[in-house]
Structure formats: structure tokens, C-alpha cells
Design a protein around this ligand. Sequence first.
Ligand code: CAA
Length: 381
Amino acid sequence: MFELTEDQVALKEAAAEAATAILGETLKEDDENEVFRPEYLHALGEAGLCGVQSAEEHGGLGLGYTEYAIILEEIAKVSASYAVGVAVTGLPQVILATMGSQEQIDRYLPQLAMGETIGAFALSEPDSGSDAASLQATAELDGDEYVLNGTKFWITHGGYADVYIVMARTGGPGARGVSAFVVPGDAAGLTYGKKEEKMGLRSSPTVELVMQNVRIPASNLIGAEGDGFKVAMSALDSGRITIAAISVGIAQAALDTAAEYATQRKQFNKAIIDFQGVGFMLADMACQIESSRLLVRKAAALRDAGKPYSHIAAMAKCVATDASVLVATDAVQVLGGYGYTREYPVERYMRDAKVMQIVEGTNQVQRVVISRHLKGIYSGE
Ligand code: CAA
């Protein structure tokens, strides 16, 4: 866990190289103009990076979340937007692989894992964010089809995805009334509303998804009716490891920029890293990153070993995303006036880091997960 194997080092280097080659050129202008290029995600797929964690027989590389975290960190060092793209297109993969029917797996999983198609995850709604079990979109069985209605919010890849995993209500109120469905992106009645204008992650499209009498085959139900909340929660347990890994990548990129700058920038006749005020700031940034990375690797290792990991994934998400915001903000400080301009990437790292404390469950929700775990232990429940 403390040292990467030779294969993991090779994967890390290949991911860094592919991410730079594919994403590097238009990074700055796309961030400024809020441009998402689906062909970049397809190209990352061609490089094997969209399905690292999916089984080889499902079109993936057949590796674990440890390797998934390694490649996400490398992609995030170049572009957090596309690292999130890889993570989000990974959510339908983990759902289908663990809970999908053979027919759903055969139909949708290999293309997602190879990056030929793009996936999305539709849980949140205008009035249902942290309280995910209160969602109101509905799915009614009509013969051998389900008819879906409702509005989903904050949908990464909305309008671009070929495969949406949609949570909708088939039963009464609360978590047990929720079911999960595979909805093809070209289903009639599926339209896309407002595209959010965001502070960061500007090359990742975040869109409203409107479902008006969307008819899908009944066989697109994942698991049984009423399983949907658990499908979503267990996918998010995995997803939280990916968000934490991406945050480590952003923070590492921020430290790399700041440390290099502080070594070269001279004031009062010496490099500013030699002033304790700056050198210690960089040292603290390095501590935050190393400790976050270890926690991400622990969560990934537990998941790969088939052991309980949701509370550790929640800890990794809290620690790594909070660290990323601190590190990126301090990187701006180290670069001073230059850091606040778009000439350097650190202001983008700061904007991109912030959203990681919010997505895939706010850090307050992560603390709910952790404190409930503690209550379970100490109350003997
Ligand atoms: N895995 C499997 N099952 C789980 C689970 C998990 N991690 N967590 C809870 N469940 C089960 C419970 O065991 C319970 O089952 P029973 O009914 O059989 O007892 C059921 O689900 C309900 O659980 P809770 O009572 O704990 O549910 P709750 O309503 O209190 O909610 C919560 C708990 C942790 C706050 C949860 O609602 C949550 O995680 N909210 C945040 C939602 C979220 O992360 N949204 C992000 C959306 S995606 C995104 O950000 C962007 C993107 O592009 C991907």
C-alpha cells in the first residue's frame, strides 16, 4: 500500500502521458469558455482509462479501485473536469457490474468501459439533494414498460450521455419506494434543460434532465422494485473514493506549481521557499497531500479486498477534498498576485477543488455516514 508496484507505476505514467496529450492543448480556453469535448472522453477510453476498474470480460482493464484512484489522480493533475468525467462514466459501470442483469451488462457495460459511450448518474432533483430518499421523479409500470416522469438536477454529462442510471419512485415515500433504471440517452421524452454556469469544473457539463413520459422496457429496472436507494448509495460509496482521488490530484498539481514557483522566485535576494513563512506553508501542503493519498489508498484497498469500506470512503472524501481546497488556496497565496491571474493554473485548481466538498454527498453528509458508523460501534447496534 505504501509503494506502488512496477505495473502500477507504469499505469500511472501512461495515464499522465495520455491525459497531457489528449487534454493539454485546449485546457485553458475550454475552461474559460465552458467547453466539454466528448471526443476527449472517448480518447481517454481508447487509452484504456474509462474502465480501469471494470472486468476484462466487460471491456475494462480488470484492475481495482487502487489503480482507478492512481489514474484519476493523474488525469486530475491535468484536468479535474475530465477526471470527473471518467469517474461519472464509471458509476453506471459499477452499478451494472454489481447489480445489473446479464442482459443489461451485455448491452451497456462494455461500451462504457471502453469509453465508446458516456455514462451518467441521475439521483438529485431540485428539492432533493442531501435528502436523496425524498426524490419525487416517478416510474409507473405500464404493461411491459416503465413510464418515467420528473426532473433531475446537477446531471454531469446531461445531454451527452448515452446511458443514464435514473433513480425514480415506484412505491411509497422514503428510501424503500425508490427504484433504479437504465435509461438510454436517446429515449423519447428525455430532454435537457438549463446548463449550469459554474465557478469551477467548467469543462464538465452540468445539466438539468427532464423526463416527460419516457418509456423504457421493464427489463431496464436494476434489481427489484425498491432496490434503487441501495443501488445509488452503494455506487456513491465507490464514487466517493474517486472524488477523493481526484482531489489529491488537484492538490498535487497545486503543490507542484507552487513549489516550483517558490524555488525560482527571488525576493530580498533569495528564493521565497527559503523564507520560513513560505517554506512551512509548502511543507504543510505536502503533509495534507500525503495523508489524503494514504486514506484514499486505504479506502480503495478495503474495497478491492471486499471488506466494509463506506465509512473509510467517507473519511477519504472529507479529508482529501478539504485538504485540496486548503492546498489550492495556499498555492494561490504562494504565487501572490500571479496566482490570482489566469496566467497560472492555480486559480483553476482553487475553483475546481471547491466543488469536490459538495459533489457525491457534501462533506456534511460524509460526516453523517461516519458518525452513524461510530454510533453503530459504540452502541453495539
Ligand atoms: N449502501 C447500501 N445501502 C445503504 C447505504 C449504503 N452505503 N446507506 C444506506 N443504505 C440503506 C440503509 O441500510 C437503509 O436500508 P433499509 O431501509 O433496508 O434499512 C436505506 O438505505 C435507507 O438508509 P438511511 O435511513 O441511512 O437513509 P437516509 O435517508 O437517512 O440517508 C444519507 C442517508 C447518507 C444522508 C444519504 O441520503 C446520502 O448519502 N445523501 C447524499 C446523496 C448524495 O451523495 N448525492 C450526490 C448525488 S451524485 C453527484 O453528486 C453528482 C454526480 O454527477 C455524480
